[in-house]
Design a binder for this molecule. Structure first.
Ligand code: H2B
Length: 100
């Protein structure tokens, strides 16, 4: 498995991932997703889980009824990488899909 690429210094998080909080100290992206109920939250988690397995990149997350709290970071690099960007974008799309 090749090393994932670090994110370029000029990557525009605000523009590309406006719904995520970026913590450069801890090298994490975080977002809390809210759905209408537990079933919707779990449907979202199943979509994300399948994508994460295919990508071999997994979120650190927790669920409380309709809420899914997510942390993304590349543990093997102790850094944010392109895999975190890919995962964050996919999660945004899955949330959109479930909320639609
Ligand atoms: N997910 C995340 N977020 N970071 C990793 O470094 C990571 C992962 N490594 N999923 C993968 C799995 C690694 O443990 C396996 C062996 O490829």
């Amino acid at each position: 498995m090749p090393k994932p690429k670090l994110i370029a210094n000029d990557f525009d998080f605000e523009k590309m991932l406006p719904n995520w909080q970026v913590n450069l100290d801890t090298q994490e992206l975080t977002r809390v997703f809210e759905f209408k109920d537990f079933n919707s939250a779990f449907e979202f988690m199943k979509l994300c889980a399948s994508f994460a397995e295919d990508l071999d990149h997994h979120p650190d997350w927790s669920n409380s009824w309709n809420r899914v709290s997510v942390r993304l970071s590349t543990h093997s690099m102790k850094a944010l990488t392109e895999l975190d960007i890919t995962m964050a974008s996919a999660m945004d799309q899955f949330a959109h899909q479930v909320l639609a």
